[in-house]
Ligand binder design. Sequence first.
Ligand SMILES: C[S@@+](CC[C@H](N)C(=O)[O-])C[C@H]1O[C@@H](n2cnc3c(N)ncnc32)[C@H](O)[C@@H]1O
Length: 400
Amino acid sequence: MPDSSKRYGDTGRLPAASGLPPPSSAELTHSETLVRLIREEVKACSGSVDFARYMELALYAPGLGYYRGGAQKFGTAGDFVTAGELSPLFARCLARQCREILNYLDKGDVMEVGAGSGVLAVETLRALEALGSLPERYLILELSAELQQRQRTLIARELPHLVERMHWLESLPDDPLTGVIFANELLDAMPVHRFRVSERGIEQMHVAWEGDHFVWCARSADDIVRQRVEALALATPYISEINLQAEAWVRSMAAHLGQGVLLLIDYGFPRAEYYHPQRDEGTLMCHYRHRAHDNPLILTGLQDITAHVDFTAIAEASAETALSVLGYTSQAAFLLGNGLDEFARASDPTALPAHMDLARQINTLTSPAEMGELYKVIALGRGIDTPLQGFTLQDRRGRL
Ligand SMILES: C[S@@+](CC[C@H](N)C(=O)[O-])C[C@H]1O[C@@H](n2cnc3c(N)ncnc32)[C@H](O)[C@@H]1O
């Protein structure tokens, strides 16, 4: 979850005065193994790898990357908290949106992509069951075998009677899906290309090894990155990111959606805000034990690396694959459109600790100073000819 950022220069190590908590010796050993692997690739690639490749290995190298190693990651004992971890109200509102879509379709499946700890799946299933709207199947597509195992264990413990409906997929199903596909904080975790526009023109940022640490270096940009950045007509100097993988992912999901809705929740902006002249250092952000900073070249494999989402690019990718944008709004408006205020009203103010706790959760989910405004929800659909309740309070499609 992005908040403050602090500059640590370009070193690959954790500087002594960084203010970040030091990793344990076991974590350092883990990180060193991954660093060795990346260095081998750097060497094999004439001295540098594109940042997107570095980010892919740092997050997803089998057994070693941040999401594929054994680190805690989620929740108070980890590095960051997502909305579903923060409060079950998020899942309850999401479930209401799913119910509306499943009712419209008459029947269907729910597929969650990138389910993390599995907490959001548990709470969404609980809420759907309470609404009498369980999907025929609840599918999970998860890249990390380690997280997949955690999800299986959690669901077997919390919802043993629903295990039969659960299916973990290794790849997208062959048959087109009818129902809802959703992903919370998935797109921000996909490897991005980093570029720089300066008096030297458009360059792509690479990662090299110098002495005992990773460093940034600029290389000539690939054609696709150059073309995309040229179209942005940015003032110089400017550094930012471009998430081609997220666009490809939307296209491949669209190809597998027969009838239904692809619902994506993440932090980001429409293109005009994303590449705003004042956002000239990009949106790259790292999270380590609840501290946010902007140096992805340290703590390799131990910290999360993310970039905000360009929702205009997501809408454009969906249009290429004949999905319609059914709605685009802030997380706050989406949750309120799905009845968040009803949960607040149902809370008993005389049960003070629980009431205060609920008020705190609602504030974090909806306040513009917390997640309410930075996080957005976009609904992309096929064969859905009805307004969705999550976008009735406010629909910002016109800004994309
Ligand atoms: C930031 S976490 C979000 C977890 C969860 N959605 C939540 O809200 O707590 C990103 C998740 O997406 C998974 N992931 C990343 N890329 C993926 C992909 N291409 N397909 C499936 N899962 C992916 C990661 O392994 C991780 O579980």
